[in-house]
Design a protein around this ligand. Sequence first.
Ligand code: BGC
Length: 751
Amino acid sequence: MTNFDPSTLTLEQKASLLSGRDFWSTKSVEDEGIPSIVLTDGPHGVRLQEGEADHLGINESVPATCFPPAVAVGSSWDPEVAQEVGAAVGREARALGVSVLLGPGVNIKRSPLCGRNFEYYSEDPLLSGALGAAHVRGQQGAGVGASVKHFAANNQETERMRVSADVDDRTLREIYLPAFERIVTEANPATVMCSYNKINGVYSSENRWLLTDLLRGEWGFAGAVVSDWGAVSDRVAALAAGLDLEMPGSGGGTDQQIIDAVRSGALDETVVDEAVRRVVALTALAPKNDHTFDADAHHALARRLATESAVLLKNDAGVLPLEGVGATIAVLGEFAEKPRFQGGGSSHIRPTRVDVPLDAIKAHAQARNIEVVYAPGFSIDDRGDQDALRAEAAKAAAGADVTVIFAGLGEKDESEGFDRSDIALPAAQVALIREVAQVAPRTVVVLSNGGVVSLEGWHDDVDAILEGFLLGQAGGTALADILFGIAEPGGRLAETIPLRLQDVPSYLNFPGEQGHVRYGEGVMVGYRGYSTVGTDVRYPFGHGLGYTTFDSRDFSAEITGDDTARVTVTVTNTGSRAGKHVVQIYVATQAGPVRRPARELRAFKKVALEAGESRVVELSLHRRSFAYWDVELQRWVVAPGEYRVQLGQDAATVLAEVAVQIVGDVIIPELSFDSTVGDWFAHPIAGPALMQGMTAAMSEEQRAQAADQQEQLRMVESMPMKQFLGFLGGAIPIEALEQLIEASKAPRTVG
Ligand code: BGC
């Protein structure tokens, strides 16, 4: 029902449409033919609860495919993977009668400690936005609305319902908003979900600038804004700010507040009408019950997508894939039997089935006449005698040709709702890895974790590390496929693995205190911070190995006009197997008045190449690739100057670079008596005029003196003109300066 006319409804009916009927559905108005629709979680599977709904996941949901969560999709660096996940969850949602599936989550991973990082894509906004937009396209293409969340600056779980994220404008615009902006402007999501937290002291749910001026005004969002579940603090203020649908329902209490506010004149009824129109438009997504889904096909899809996402961090002497490894493989670690493949909280899916890595390894090994011995080595829940478990495992490892240890974080270690306090692997697992690496001829570690874990204390002891993150219900077979070389490890890191937690740029300001979290590192989030400061990391953003090798040549970048550039590079698969390579393009510059990160990801493309195949890959850089957010002008500005376009192996390794000159925006600042002497002299109109006037007013002797006093002049450069005039004792007539101030006003910006 688009273009619905709310005037046919009573005020009571209108208000009733603006909050849920219960936990997961909206209210209907039968007489007007307005149906109720179901909104439920998302994002990497459908969590449809039967019977009494509850928020905490205590109540089981109906079986659905658990696809790789966002942490895995982020590592795929492949919008097609995100789109396939979106399309598949869309098909399942539609078959299950769901109209809006709540996702994707595109908050930036500001700290590895955030308990919900498994549900987010990356520390980088470009990667997050590209993947989020693809997910929305896929899901909405299947006829199910998306809800991009959590808008905005919800980058931690600690105090998430009331903390104020104190973020400056530039940081918001450059880091925390672009993923939302791209999805809204490119993929038209049906809804945007506002976050629980406050931004600079104002609840997102009551933030008119965020929900109306920016989202609708600047970005042209036409859908409905939905509250995160329970994020509304003042219903009337939220409605006035642009929040259309409050979820879950409040039993009618807040509907009455809306009615009262309209009756008392505190709220304009047209605001209610607008919100009603948007909510009613959502009911066009009401299910037609015309779909089923193929659980087997979706499981197979989940398996393929998982292989695209696992990241091979280290592979000394080509220990992986396990080809011709010998007669015996020892598999250790309880995660091999009890896989961890998704995170806890509102996105927890009841899978249709679960692939167990140990079973999959045994199947592949059997086909190759390899014997598999298994020992748990530790218990995920710290039960039992860990020393005895470790001793048993070490014995198995000593007798095997290669040992594969499944390590990671348990459900109790990370979840929605709380943040971690460190990034270490549990001590029993570190002890196991170290001990086994001493006795095993070759050691491979496979990791399952939603948030980044430290590899320190054991990294150098082992031969290979396969970081699976959380891979969804088919992760077990996907990992076995990769270990045996049946599939390539397709992932690259979408977040940095630091050496120490203390190195993380947000370390001193996470998770905040006394109700506030100050985003003190500004735009220097993740690799932007490490590469600018020069901090060593264990593995940089963008890192990941495959089973083949690639060569990149003929890198070129040329300006194509209007602050855009075309980048080309020839990529060759120089190995003997097919594989995938991610072309990563970064831009580096010092141009402009603000501190720029050492480099920023501005374009990427994943390419699949057969052994020996070569391809010319072309990417475009747009105006925004070179821009920064100017807080004085409140707009994107491309500063004139030199920009280095870099081909990165990852965020820390530049393979080639090309310098380009960009004309950019010529900003002619407005002057005032508060502008500094330096600003005045540097001004393209006022500067020369001032210089001329001063020189003309000087005697020969004064001119000679001034020429000798260049260094003293530097001292006064930062002095506001108003104070400087006082020192000059009337040498420059005020009227002349006033005229120059007028002249500096037009035109302000050119270009
Ligand atoms: C979460 C959302 C989720 C909603 C509904 C909230 O607590 O933050 O991501 O969609 O609950 O379960």
